[in-house]
Design a protein around this ligand. Structure first.
Ligand code: ADP
Ligand code: MG
Ligand code: ZN
Length: 651
């Protein structure tokens, strides 16, 4: 069955790759790493010097007296009440001298005389050892070097700020790593226009209005309308959010700052907030202008208030963003656009009026939208005459703009591979399949018996789909294995095409999904692992029916599951108690079993058609929707059911 994997990532935004060595070194000098390196060096040096002081050891007075008794003392120097004792024994690990505090001065001289030790007294000022001097000298030197670094770096960034577009800001920001990495778009160079974005008419309209507001604020304020501060583009990945923002940049004719949300939360604590501040400072200078923050969920995540230190950085960044958005005067003409495919995780504060108060949905394209997107991208490629793009649009329900762009690109690549100068319909059809289901993998070793099972499995899906009253028409059945692991698949038109799914639609789909397995059991009295993906999808549909759509009488109208992420994978989180969860599962099982029974009934009633189609598929490996209709018609007239095991390959 058809399966989509849309792993699209935006191809632009973020940092440039591939710096020269020189450039790298410069960046290193301007990064905080240099301070880290310096700090480590100083620590190492201090440690080294400190270690050499272990030549000295503090002992008690009685220990000193013992040393005297054992005749281990070479000489003694008295500095007020301190004794500096040089021992007779020398060598590695033995301190060069000992110090101790005198308990009683009177007896001392007698003792020293008795032991025959040389002794003298001196003033405290002279106790500076060579180590003390070296130590303080070294620390002074290091301090000096640090200050020199800081000053020269600050100068460097400030000079750069004056010459270039960006300005260094004072304090810590002056080091360069707190500056915003926003790229200011060169309006002349931005060639993307609204005409490059197909479909998405509502989104375009909203954005055109925003650009208009920016250009003629008076028109709006004179009526008393509040000027919006921000708008949020929300929708699944690959639907053209980033592209729309680029188009705004191209059309607006005003400065446009483009920054990715993740650029704020890169390295060091505090830099995110500083970068936000800097971005808005730059924007204020260029107003009227547009600031676009792509993938804003990277900073806009809900503050969870658990107080665990890990989120502080992001929260500070978010708070700064909120403060900046409150701070600027709307009449000044800064509009903040954001884009995200995870609106549900955004902090409520970001969405309230006065911030991203406008939501612009950018949804997956419908049939017409898909065709338009294909047309936009086909303009840039050399296409053979008579290409039918509608056919591709037809076959790709649920595909995003990025998927469609990818299909056209794959088709063009295929044409080049064959040394042709234009893309043909065959290229397009191949590319569609490639993007939908992975490329064909002819070399896979499949035994004739396995191949037969696969053929019956796929025809099972197709036949049940065909026999449904208002089921979606079958487009194509194939048993050529795919690189993504599918051994065959049946493609139906308009899956996911409805805004509203009726219980009948869903049941129909369940039946089609389990029909593959039913055909296996009916014809071979066994079952295979090939149905795993079908079962997974059937389970997901059944679960949604029971726990979200209220389509089971037992469970009733209760949302026992909530969708964690509406745009990414539709993953569910269960809110059910243990008993309810058991009930949900029971109901799911019932739904799937019912679907299976109905599918099995259809297959049994049409066993001869099943045989006829499956044998044809075994030989030809592909069947189109039209061929299938034709075969079914033929079969009707041929009559006479064939039983399992009896069939022969017909020419
Ligand atoms: P998003 O930011 O929503 O994840 P992008 O804007 O990065 O998606 O889209 C990726 C690519 O897909 C675009 O560069 C473009 O080639 C194509 N695309 C997506 N939507 C459309 C569309 N509506 N019209 C034309 N091309 C589109
Ligand atoms: Mg994007
Ligand atoms: Zn299947």
């Amino acid at each position: 069955m058809l399966r989509f994997q849309s792993n699209h990532r935006p191809p632009w935004g973020g940092a440039k790759g591939g710096f020269g060595l020189n450039e790298k070194f410069k960046r290193f000098l301007h990064s905080p790493w240099i301070f880290l390196v310096g700090f480590v060096l100083i620590l190492a040096l201090v440690n080294l010097l400190g270690n050499s002081r272990s030549v000295q050891a503090q002992i008690t007075y009685s220990e000193f007296l013992d040393m005297l008794d054992q005749n281990q003392v070479e000489s003694v120097e008295v500095v007020e009440d301190q004794l500096i004792i040089t021992p007779k024994s020398r060598g590695y690990g033995v301190p060069a001298y000992y110090t101790t505090t005198v308990v009683s001065n009177d007896a001392l001289v007698g003792e020293l005389r008795a032991a025959g030790v040389e002794f003298s007294a001196s003033k405290p000022a002279q106790t500076f050892s060579i180590f003390d001097i070296v130590m303080s000298g070294a620390s002074l030197l290091m301090m000096g070097i640090m200050i020199y670094w800081i000053v020269s770096l600050w100068r460097a960034t400030r000079n750069k700020g004056e010459n270039g577009k960006q300005s260094g800001i004072g304090g810590f920001g002056g080091f360069g790593f707190a500056r915003s990495t926003a790229k200011q778009f060169d309006v002349q160079n931005c060639t993307t226009r609204f005409t490059d974005v197909a479909g998405q008419d509502e989104a375009k309209e909203s954005l055109i209005e925003i650009v208009d507001i920016l250009k003629n604020p008076a028109k709006y304020t004179s009526v008393g309308a509040e000027i919006p501060k921000g708008a949020l583009l929300v929708g699944p990945p690959g639907t053209g959010k980033t592209l729309l923002a680029k188009a705004v940049a191209g059309e607006a004719g005003c400065p446009f700052f483009f920054v990715s949300g993740s650029a704020f939360v890169e390295m060091f604590v505090g830099t995110g907030a500083a970068r936000v501040r800097d971005l808005f400072q730059q924007a204020a200078k260029k107003a009227p202008c547009i600031v676009f923050i792509d993938e804003i969920d990277a900073i806009g995540k809900k503050r969870d208030g658990t107080g665990l230190g890990g989120n502080d950085e992001r929260e500070q960044t978010l708070n700064q963003l909120l403060a900046e958005m409150d701070g600027f005067d709307p009449e000044k003409g800064i509009i903040v656009l954001g884009a995200t495919n995870r609106p549900e995780i955004l902090d409520k504060a970001l969405l309230r009026p006065g911030r991203f108060d406008r939501r612009i949905p950018v949804e997956l394209p419908d049939m017409k939208g898909r065709e338009e997107i294909l047309k936009v991208h086909a303009r840039k490629k050399t296409m053979a005459h008579g290409i039918n793009l509608k056919r591709v649009a037809d076959a790709t329900p649920g595909a995003s703009g990025a998927d469609l762009a990818n299909i056209l690109n794959e088709a063009a690549l295929a044409a080049v591979r064959d040394n042709r100068s234009a893309v043909t319909q065959a290229d397009l059809d191949k590319a569609t399949e490639f993007v939908l289901a992975g490329s064909e993998k002819k070399s896979m070793v499949i035994s004739p018996e396995e191949k037969r099972i696969i053929a019956y499995h796929e025809i099972g899906h197709a036949l049940v789909a065909m026999k449904q009253k208002d089921g979606a028409p079958v487009r194509k059945i194939t048993i050529i294995p795919r690189t993504n692991g599918a051994l065959g698949f049946t493609m139906q038109a308009d899956e996911q095409e409805h805004v509203l799914m009726t219980k009948e639609d869903l049941t129909n789909r369940l039946q089609v999904l389990v029909a593959g397995r039913a055909a296996e059991e009916l014809m071979f009295e066994t079952c295979t692992s090939g149905a795993a993906n079908d079962i997974e999808r059937a389970t997901a549909i059944a679960r949604n029916m029971v726990s979200r759509f209220g389509m089971s009488d037992q469970v009733g109208l209760m949302a026992l599951d909530t969708v964690v992420n509406q745009y990414l994978d539709g993953e569910l989180r269960s809110n059910a108690s243990q008993e309810s969860a058991a009930m949900v599962e029971h109901e799911m099982k019932k739904l799937i079993q019912q679907a299976y029974d109905s599918a099995m009934k259809v297959l049994k009633e049409n066993a001869s058609t099943l045989n006829h189609l499956a044998e044809y598929l075994l030989i030809h490996e592909n069947i189109t929707g039209e061929e299938m209709m034709q075969l079914v018609e033929e079969e009707k007239h041929a009559g006479e059911p064939v039983l399992a095991g009896e069939f022969k390959i017909e020419e």
